[in-house]
Design a protein around this ligand. Structure first.
Ligand code: DOR
Length: 445
């Protein structure tokens, strides 16, 4: 594998930004040198003057739809779009077809990842009401975690049996990531909406159907169970201000209950349904401006530990259906980092905070081995960005298999220039090297 030096970059790492040259050799970061590096034999130079070098982002929640739902997305396309967006590692969800509910099916997904992923990968083991023996066989050193849907979403993967849940929280000695929305509350609200609007439910009703109460009930139940049993719980995509009281501010070290926010809940509000319609229909729903602002504050004070995407593509046709038949979710991996950097430009987050929440913290939270930092000895998963090279998201520059984005028409000031995965240039000059292959993530647990 080649050696190269990224020269004169502004390196963003560990809470500070400083000028340095970075030498990469055999896929690893060999030197981070603020004093500069002389010429090295056989090492190519990348001029990074005026640009910022970040660790590659680690996205702990994506849906790449493989196997079985590949009309929406697949690992090859999803991971290529991730590389273009500066995401060098992903953790993928089990609501595929078939769902990832046995060790054998999980192993098959890892084989798919090895065959086609441009970036580094891990796949969650799925929990159902009846697969506990399989769940408990999951290896925490090679699998990112278990995933339980406590409210149903795409794929109807609901874990609603209280005995199963109790056993899961008691006996699983690894991270459990949950989708927390109370199914009973949602069904009641949906029933009311159908009574009132019949087939023509306006999309603005989505946060009223998938309500604040539905989120709080389910998240607080999961947190209570985790406290009772000492479970390592990670609550995904927090969407309400009220839920934030369930989490502790400060660094994630020492916490056994952590929380994730997604870029769409940090960006959009219910005022956007009028213009964006079902393109921003997600589960949990995008809610009020007060909720969004509270989640932003929680990113800054540590009640939210990591920021991810919940990249969950559906086809244009599927998203064009009327509310009740339109699936929730949208593609995000290509635009998440630049959206966060836009919020940095707006003064909502600092650059160092974006890197902490998208790169460093996911690495520590999951104990990912040797990734997530610009650190000597670590894998060279790196992203070079120009913070001031504005561009607009348009159909022509979207890499998603589904061909659309909730950000279409949005102008971002920051641009991803280069993405290296394990020291290999996987994205440059607007093009993904689709022959690049990532590695399976390993966990120091
Ligand atoms: O909006 C969502 N879509 N939320 C989820 O949790 C699942 C996802 C999907 O798989 O479509």
């Amino acid at each position: 594998m080649s050696s190269f030096i990224i020269r004169d970059a502004q390196v963003v790492n560990d809470g500070s930004t400083f000028p340095a040259d970075v030498l990469v050799r055999h896929g690893r970061i060999e030197r981070v040198a603020p004093e500069g590096i002389g010429s090295e034999r056989n090492a190519r130079d990348f001029d990074a003057k005026g640009r910022h070098l970040l660790p590659g982002a680690i996205d702990d929640q994506v849906h790449f739809r493989e196997p079985g739902l590949t009309h929406k997305d697949d690992i090859a396309h999803g991971s290529a779009a991730a590389a273009a967006g500066g995401i060098t590692s992903f953790m993928e969800m089990p609501n595929t077809d078939p769902q990832t509910l046995t060790q054998e099916l999980l192993a098959r997904k890892y084989a798919l990842g090895a065959a086609s992923s441009v970036v580094n990968y891990s796949f969650y083991m799925g929990v159902a009401n009846d697969n506990m023996a399989e769940v408990l066989r999951t290896d925490p050193k090679t699998v990112c975690g278990l995933k339980a849907f406590l409210g149903s979403s795409t794929g109807n993967m609901l874990v609603d049996d209280p005995v199963t849940l109790d056993r899961l929280f008691r006996e699983a000695h690894m991270l459990i990531a949950v989708h927390a929305e109370d199914e009973h509350t949602i069904r009641m609200n949906m029933h009311r909406a159908v009574e009132r609007w019949g087939e023509d439910i306006p999309v603005e009703q989505h946060p009223i159907i998938r309500s604040h109460e539905a989120c709080y009930r389910s998240s607080s139940h999961a947190v209570a169970l985790a406290k009772e049993h000492g479970t390592r719980l990670h609550v995904l995509h927090i969407s309400t201000a009220q839920e934030l009281e369930l989490f502790t501010p400060g660094p994630l070290e020492g916490k056994h209950i952590t929380a994730e926010a997604c870029v769409h809940h940090l960006w959009f509000t219910d005022a956007d349904y009028a213009a964006k319609g079902t393109a921003i229909k997600w589960n949990p729903a995008v809610k009020t401006v007060e909720d969004r602002d509270a989640i932003r504050r929680a990113v800054n004070d540590g009640r939210i530990d990591v920021v991810a995407t919940d990249h969950a593509p559906h086809t244009v046709d599927e998203k064009s259906r009327p509310y009740a038949k339109c699936p929730s979710g949208g593609p995000l991996v290509q635009h998440a980092l630049v959206a966060m950097l836009e919020m940095m430009h707006e003064g909502i987050f600092t650059l160092e905070q974006v890197v902490e929440k998208m790169c460093h913290a996911p690495s520590r939270l999951f104990a990912v081995e040797e990734r997530g930092y610009v650190r000597e000895g670590f894998h060279a998963d790196l992203v070079l960005v120009d913070l001031n090279a504005p561009w607009t998201v348009m159909k022509e520059n979207i890499l998603y298999k589904c061909g659309w984005s909730p950000f279409e028409g949005t102008r971002f000031r920051a641009r991803v220039l280069n993405t290296w995965v394990n020291g290999r240039l996987a994205y440059a000059d607007g093009k993904v090297d689709r022959t690049a292959r990532g590695e399976r993530l390993r966990f120091a647990r």
